[in-house]
Design a binder for this molecule. Structure first.
Ligand SMILES: NC(=O)c1ccc[n+]([C@@H]2O[C@H](COP(=O)([O-])OP(=O)(O)OC[C@H]3O[C@@H](n4cnc5c(N)ncnc54)[C@H](OP(=O)(O)O)[C@@H]3O)[C@@H](O)[C@H]2O)c1
Length: 310
């Protein structure tokens, strides 16, 4: 999925504008679960236009107006549907700061094989997604405040979680783990902080430099602690989070009802074995399944990506 540098710079600009905006500014009404696209023939009040400032403009587009508490983008006649799909994917993230007052907006993204595996039995997962997915993942990183991985992924992959494939700001790197204590092993990324989140029962942390912050919460590392973890991150100024796995971490956020958008990149490869993308408590009937709401798919070269609210 290609995005021109100028469109990407508009999106980054929009994100900075939203991030700098008042808590109660008009952009507040852009919600993670409410947006729509209308044709330019539909009546939308020009006075409702709020997408402005910071020199931001989308060529040929009427800026983004607000209708009934949702986000409406007015398409110019003959609008390019590919562009619509790009905006559908990224614009809500740009305004994520305003979705919830007391906790961050959470999107979880993972790359899986068609048979639902995210790593081999030995834990190798580089790379299941294709190049388009890697670039997309870096765009997501550039639009959120922090990226979380679990302790096993931190130990196995020593991820940099930076935005080296796109231009933009590196998000905070957040590791959720009671046993990971090797932040100095992680690749150094200039000008960004690493946050280690652990319970008070975790192994005592050692002293780190100013670019590593250890946050300790009370009790064991269980699902019930996820809301506490989110509150603590919000207090750190983190208002949007990307969960990049692994499955154990994503599952615990899902089980706690803390994931707003789930996004799965499906690659045309078959493992036939390996680690499952998600293992949740068993259900008896299909109607007990977690069904994505407002789901949409995006073509990613030879793969596809499904995004939805959960
Ligand atoms: N395909 C992909 O998109 C993708 C993405 C990421 C990772 N991976 C692969 O996934 C594998 C690792 O996944 P995994 O499921 O085994 O482990 P993981 O989710 O990376 O890490 C699990 C650990 O994270 C901590 N943790 C998770 N949820 C927690 C919670 N609610 N409260 C407190 N701590 C929590 C715990 O660490 P402590 O035990 O230290 O407390 C837990 O043992 C690796 O092979 C990696 O390469 C694949």
């Amino acid at each position: 999925m290609k995005i021109s540098e100028s469109l990407w710079s508009v999106l980054r600009d929009l994100r900075e504008t939203c991030a700098a905006g008042d808590e109660r500014g008009p952009l507040l009404t852009m919600r993670h679960d409410s947006y729509a696209f209308v044709d330019s023939s539909d009546a939308v009040q020009a006075s409702d236009v709020v997408f402005s400032g910071a020199g931001t403009s989308l060529d040929g587009w009427t800026p983004v107006p607000i209708v009934d508490g949702g986000l409406v983008m007015q398409l110019p006649p003959g609008a390019d549907r590919g562009l619509v799909r790009i905006l559908q994917l990224y614009v809500p993230l740009c305004s994520a700061k305003h979705f919830f007052p007391d906790r961050p907006f959470v999107i979880a993204h993972m790359a899986q094989s068609v048979d639902g595996r995210i790593a081999t039995e030995s834990g190798n997962s580089k790379w299941i997604g294709n190049e388009a997915n890697l670039v997309h993942a870096h765009r997501l990183r550039a639009l959120v405040d922090g990226v979380i991985v679990g302790g096993a992924t931190a130990k196995q992959d020593l991820p940099s979680l930076d935005v080296r494939r796109v231009s933009g700001r590196n998000p905070a790197r957040i590791v959720l783990s009671d046993t990971f204590n090797d932040a100095e092993q992680l690749p150094v990324v200039e000008g960004r902080k690493t946050i280690l989140i652990r319970s008070s029962n975790g192994i005592p942390g050692h002293e780190y430099g100013a670019d590593v912050k250890v946050i300790t919460y009370d009790g064991n590392g269980t699902e019930s602690k996820i809301p506490v973890v989110l509150e603590l991150l919000r207090a750190e100024g983190i208002s949007s989070i990307l969960i990049e796995g692994g499955p154990t971490t994503t599952e615990s956020f899902l089980s706690a009802g803390a994931v707003n958008w789930l996004q799965l990149h499906i690659s045309p490869i078959l493992f036939g074995s390996g680690k499952s993308v998600l293992t949740l408590p068993s259900i008896d009937a299909v109607n007990e399944a977690i069904r994505f709401r407002n789901a949409f798919y995006t073509g990613m070269d030879d793969g596809i990506m499904i995004t939805g609210q959960v």
